[in-house]
Design a protein around this ligand. Structure first.
Ligand code: DC
Length: 226
């Protein structure tokens, strides 16, 4: 079974997808982490985030490994180095949507994501274009959203817990910019797949969102309209 979970930054995708996968005993893949890994590499090698050819070459030349981890969900290894923490830095947050708009980067990573799905059996995959592009035939598709202020508040709390000093307004502006870039790019933009269940998580706890997803999946209603 394939479960696709999409939505904008801070909508609660990662936490919900990780927990749904754990409860069902499915594999979990955070595709945003893959775009972040390429961004880490682009920043380290000082590749211009608008240089299409150089970015595509990065994806071709790197060795990206994603391992399961009971606590973190996924461990991200780039050329053998664990960069699981590094991919969440403020600098990566600011650049990742630009890198992710590159068709060459998307082509390479989507190929890898489909390969993981084909080799995994049951999987929960989360991102921006999973239900609308990567796993178009997924058994269940969910689109999680929440209002901008709430999403910024969640990200700000996460940063506080990690001891990263950043203002709420900076995060709010950054998320609004990423929303725009992710929704307006030409290649597989963030959108709601026509057969997705939409959940506005603004007023729900993580546990409630997980329950909604699990109830839909276990009552085997499949995608709306099918
Ligand atoms: O979910 P996240 O915030 O870690 O994702 C980081 C960026 O990667 C996000 O701004 C857009 C991009 N992304 C994408 O374009 N397609 C995906 N399937 C997943 C993420």
């Amino acid at each position: 079974m394939q479960i696709a979970i999409d939505g904008p930054a801070g909508a609660g995708k990662s936490s919900a997808a990780k927990e749904v996968a754990r409860r069902l005993g499915f594999k979990y893949l955070d595709t945003g982490a893959m775009y972040r890994a390429i961004t880490v590499m682009a920043l380290a090698q000082k590749v211009n985030s608008q240089d299409e050819e150089e970015l595509a070459n990065l994806v071709k030349s790197c060795e990206l490994e994603i391992q399961d981890d009971a606590e973190k969900g996924n461990l991200i290894l780039l050329n053998g180095k664990d960069i699981t923490e590094e991919i969440r830095s403020p600098q990566v947050n600011q650049t990742v949507s630009i890198v992710a708009a590159s068709p060459g980067v998307r082509k390479g990573l989507v190929h890898l994501q489909r390969k993981v799905a084909a080799n995994s059996g049951n999987i929960v995959m989360e991102g921006r274009d999973i239900g609308s592009n990567v796993l178009i035939n997924a058994d269940f598709k969910f689109y999680l959203s929440a209002n901008l202020e709430e999403r910024a508040r969640r990200r700000w709390l996460e940063m506080q817990e990690k001891g990263i000093e950043i203002t709420f307004d900076t995060i709010l502006t950054e998320i609004a910019t990423r929303d725009r870039l992710d929704q307006e790019r030409e290649d597989s933009p963030l959108c709601i797949a026509k057969d997705a269940y939409v959940i506005d998580t603004t007023n729900y706890t993580l546990a409630e969102v997980v329950d909604m997803i699990l109830m839909t999946v276990t009552s085997a209603k499949k995608v709306p309209g099918s």
